[in-house]
Design a protein around this ligand. Sequence first.
Ligand code: DAH
Length: 342
Amino acid sequence: MKEQVEKIKKEIDTYKAESQEKLEEYRLRFISKKGKLSTLFNELKNVPSEGKREMGQVLNELKNSAKAKFQQLIENLEEKENSFGTSSIDLTLPSSYYTLGSAHPITSTRNRIVSIFEKLGFNVSEGPEIEDDWHNFTALNFPPNHPAREMQDTFFIEKEPDITLRTHTSSVQVRVMENQKPPIRTLSPGRVFRNEAISARAHCVFHQVEGLYVDKNVSFVDLKQTLYYFAQEMFGKDTKIRYRPSYFPFTEPSAEIDISCNICKGDGCNICKYSGWVEIAGSGMVDPNVLANCNIDPEEYTGFAFGMGIERITMLKYQINDLRLFTENDIRFLKQFRTVSS
Ligand code: DAH
């Protein structure tokens, strides 16, 4: 039996495990329940009683060193797998790329609009999405029961006094004029809410940017030139602009602003419904009643205001034909804007 022990000891000492398979083979061969050591322990009962004690010690030592060797083999193998050069990692393979996130197209457009107007001296102001009737309607010259209120399908949160989700960012105009003295040049981007069925052309949550300029001697010419500058910066130098008379309670006179269709360059396509023009904003001279409601003297000051939909501008700029794409979070859609700077 002693010879057997010596043989196994030698085998253990010289054993090398260069792979997980070899390691497992070691375990099975020596230290598992059916391994060589177990067999030796089983044979202990055949050893004459005077030598049993000594043999038992020898076997225990062998068992301990076999286990220590197993531990050593595990460590050696781990070290080998982690070390460069000898490992199974192919260092010549190209590394995997980090996938960079990108700004949402609505965010990019909002930032682009803001940066264009910042060059003209406009700052950014924000107001609450939950508004009272005064800021959303009354101060903006919508008298109670005025039919224009019906045009904006309002979400009401509370009735009497009316608390609503703002239907437009024009409410921020009022807040700014109530709190600041002219000259005022401000841009108010934000979310607005209307009780509309969701379709390719309408959504119940969307984004607007409101612009407001109030000072002495502000005229319609300033409005025209400001929006002309914006259209060229946003859609390209050859963009033309036209004004169509319109009506808003808070501006007088009011006009809707169209730009020459940047897709067909005015030749006619289905985006511009073959007219060569697409609408981008509502605008006008701030109604004297609105100035007075905000404690600004309409005899001393005049102003212009405009409001545009950020989704609409984005759709025109990138030829997107369905508003719902902005909120579906489809990565295949969003990925396409990765290179758009924000
Ligand atoms: N608030 C209007 C809307 O939501 C947009 C608008 C039109 C804003 C004319 C203005 C403006 O400031 O002068 O439809």
